[in-house]
Design a protein around this ligand. Structure first.
Ligand SMILES: Nc1ncnc2c1ncn2[C@@H]1O[C@H](COP(=O)(O)OP(=O)(O)OP(=O)(O)O)[C@@H](O)[C@H]1O
Length: 508
């Protein structure tokens, strides 16, 4: 049985046809991947299925019945649940409060939070989605917030689950666990539509894949009849190289120098605990660690977003400990943040305005205290074209761009400022394979131009391929340095999990 049929779906936004006569059929009990480059229209199509947008044309059938999905409540009633690419969580609420929000199951008007909590504990154990039901959303990591989103749909008992890039924020181990969870879910008769940019995940877990390019369906194929190269080519319309070409690094003076750094998290717990590290000009240092070992707080401390409790941070020989974000930026730091909505963009500002968030007060963007709109627009136009940011126009609010294109906009802004020290946290999260290839080249280019780069990524193959040295962070300390040339993903994974076997490479 086809549980989902989307027939001739068209959705237009000002200046763009996001979905153009799309046909998608999903069979009961399959894992159906949606693959397409950034801005291809995948999220739009799923937002239509979840009732968040109304299509301009086309018909939807759920379990062979024609339906009009007027909103998420209606979608829930039809058994459709969605895990969004950008979290839809209320920050000051607890995990439990977020999960039961809108589905309170009250008795005589009284909500039994304890009961909900134990149900959530049961679900989280059963599906191995570890979260503390009593924790506040604002206190938990991006990875954990994702798990809450997944639990939310499970709590509502959905049987058609839409996962919009759920693995982008997970560690390799967590991804394997999630793939296992997905396989279990389909065994129990659930159906999954899975948006991902990771071809490996499609090959290992999905039954069929529909490829979308620029709003149109290119093809639906059985996973057993295809391979990663063919999928990449179908998706971007050209061959894609998965290898990173780079020469030997030629590191020189120390740019970032951190000594005995101590930083607390939001709850006042020390999560960076006497950390020491250096990054030199002309090298990419990878920081590898399981999410939640202090890497977020470390970056926030370096960039002036979080107070430093102890220790010293030096940039180019200058003490920038507890300096303001503006001072740090002016000292030559570029920052691609891990949470692009919270730290990277002002969503209601235009694409142009977002391109000058740190530089608007400087020449040529400002003169005599007045913003020079033409200069800002000219600059934005150049970045949009150089970094292939797909947007209908530079004046639309950046909120309207697809996730991957928002990411490309941030990278364009940060790399183009040509900072002496670039922090790239999850730089390719949510990007398609073509865009990843491009971004990797730009990062290596920065290195080859004598800049220092700190790469923080949960993608171990990315860390190993891009970095010249890899620091392993565990419980707030650097517990070892490895040479990526002779370290496997498995070995790195073990070190990240706190294994005692550590291999030291000396920084000359
Ligand atoms: N609310 C909106 N208003 C205007 N344009 C929009 C809106 N939502 C999406 N778009 C546009 O529709 C196109 C498709 O976006 P969509 O988010 O569906 O892409 P996607 O395939 O999910 O991309 P990604 O892989 O980057 O997440 C993009 O060009 C985007 O700018």
């Amino acid at each position: 049985m086809n549980v989902v049929e989307m027939l001739g779906i068209t959705k237009r936004f000002p200046g763009i046809v996001a979905n153009d006569q799309i046909h998608l059929t999903v069979k009961k009990g399959e894992i159906h991947a949606l693959l397409g480059e950034n801005g291809a229209g995948k999220s739009t199509l799923m937002n239509i299925l979840f009732g968040l947008y109304q299509p301009d044309e086309g018909e939807i059938r759920i379990k062979e019945q024609p339906v009009t999905i007027t909103g998420p409540t209606m979608a829930n009633k039809l058994g459709i649940g969605m895990v969004h690419q950008h979290f839809m969580l209320v920050q000051p609420f607890t995990v439990t409060e977020n999960i039961i929000l809108g589905d309170e199951r009250s008795k005589l008007g009284i909500i039994d939070v304890k009961k909900a909590e134990s149900e959530i504990r049961r679900l989280s154990e059963r599906y191995n989605l570890k979260v503390d039901p009593t924790a506040k959303i604002s206190d938990i990591s991006v990875g954990m917030q994702q798990r809450v989103e997944i639990l939310k749909t499970l709590y509502r008992g959905a049987d058609i689950l839409i996962f919009d890039e759920p693995t982008a924020v997970l560690t390799p181990q967590e991804i394997n666990e999630l793939m296992e969870i997905m396989r279990n879910l389909v065994k129990e008769g659930k159906t999954i539509i899975f948006i991902t940019h990771k071809l490996k995940e499609i090959m290992s877990t999905c039954d069929r894949v529909t490829v979308i390019r620029r709003g149109k369906v290119i093809k639906t194929v059985d996973v057993q009849d295809t391979d990663e190269n063919q999928l990449a080519a179908l998706m971007v319309g050209r061959e894609v190289s998965f290898e990173i070409e780079k020469a030997e690094a030629n590191p020189s003076q120390t740019v970032l120098d951190i000594a005995n750094l101590v930083v607390e998290d939001n709850r006042g717990v020390e999560v960076v605990r006497g950390l020491n590290m250096q990054v030199r000009a002309g090298e990419v240092v990878g920081l590898a660690g399981v999410d939640g070992n202090g890497q977020t707080e470390l970056i926030e401390a370096i960039t002036g977003l979080r107070p430093v409790k102890g220790g010293v941070i030096r940039l180019g020989g200058h003490d920038v400990t507890n300096a303001s974000p503006r001072k740090v930026t002016e000292a030559g730091v570029g920052h691609i943040p891990e949470d692009r909505h919270k730290r990277g963009l002002v969503l209601d500002f235009s694409v142009s305005e977002n391109m000058v968030l740190q530089t608007y007060y400087q020449e040529p963007f400002s003169k005599n205290g007045l913003i020079q709109k033409d200069e800002v627009d000219k600059y934005a136009e150049r970045l949009i074209s150089e970094f292939d940011v797909r947007t209908p126009d530079k004046h639309v609010p950046i909120r309207a761009l697809s996730g991957g294109n928002q990411q490309k906009a941030i990278i364009a802004r940060e790399v183009d400022r040509n900072p002496d020290f670039l922090i790239a946290a999850q730089p390719t999260r949510g990007l398609d394979v073509g865009a990843i290839e491009f971004i990797h080249r730009r990062i290596i280019e920065q290195r080859d131009n004598g800049k220092a780069v700190l790469l923080v990524s949960l993608e171990l193959d990315e860390v190993l391929k891009l970095s010249d040295r890899v620091a392993v962070i565990y419980e707030g300390k650097i517990v070892g340095w490895v040479d990526p040339k002779n370290t496997s993903e498995e070995e790195l994974g073990l070190l990240m999990a706190g294994s005692v076997k550590q291999q030291e490479v000396k920084a000359e």
